[in-house]
Design a protein around this ligand. Sequence first.
Ligand SMILES: [Zn+2]
Ligand SMILES: [Zn+2]
Length: 299
Amino acid sequence: MSLLKRMVGLKPARSEWFCPNDAPHHGCHPGDGVELIYLGTAGFIIRNAARTVVLDPYLSRPDLRRTVSAKLVPDKALIKKVIPQADDVLIGHSHYDHVLDAPDLCIQTGARLIGSRSTMMIGRAAGVPVHQLRETAGNEDIRAGDWTLRGVPSRHGKVFGRVPFPGDIHFPPPWPPRMGDLKHGPVLNWIVNTGALTIAHVDSADFINEELQGHCCDVLCLCAIGRKYRKDYTKEIIGLLKPRWVVPCHWDTMITPLESDPDLIPTVDLPGFMDEIRDAGAEPMLAPILGRLRFPCGC
Ligand SMILES: [Zn+2]
Ligand SMILES: [Zn+2]
């Protein structure tokens, strides 16, 4: 298999690229800090002592053959093992690699499923109780305990030169779905404000400058795949949101089991992405899948 992978140009991420330390502490109270756990693809857990918010969870990761040819069946046991508790689950867009595992996570934990109307159709198809569904078109503050969650209207980036599976989901799709059943729907960049730290999440390599005007963040979780199709992508979004730290995401092939070493998407150039982040004035913090990063309050 490793020979086959080499023949098609697949390489693992190199361990020296990963961030060895937590973000530097600047005298904040440690209890104000926030922990991020990277889940692969564009998935994250953000948590502190009070709350756990999950973004775009995709843990099931069937292999390439099953992804393209079979129904996508969420791995309920794996979801339970990796994310035993959650309060809110935020979805940036409704492609399978962002939303497939969210309904079962919500059913298992009682968390709210928060996202676009297309995401709500998926929640209904999968049997998430209606009272746990929270639709938003963005540009509203959603209270979540002491945290505030806000979707910012965005758009889907191009992958290999085109937007994959475009369009909205108007009715509950078949469940379990095939990959083509899940169109991206309205796209949201999420801004999660814990009170002490603001984390922004861009799960596809495009955004709308005018919508992001006036927002800023301490930590930016930033999609790597397809960034070359958006001119000045890294420089512009860092200029708009002014993060101190940037956590690259969506850089692996998504078809390896969650707990094995992931392969890099050959076109992503992860070291080049981290150089772009530094050149734009922010600090890249790359985490391995299931790696943890701890951030102090945003001071
Ligand atoms: Zn997508
Ligand atoms: Zn994706």
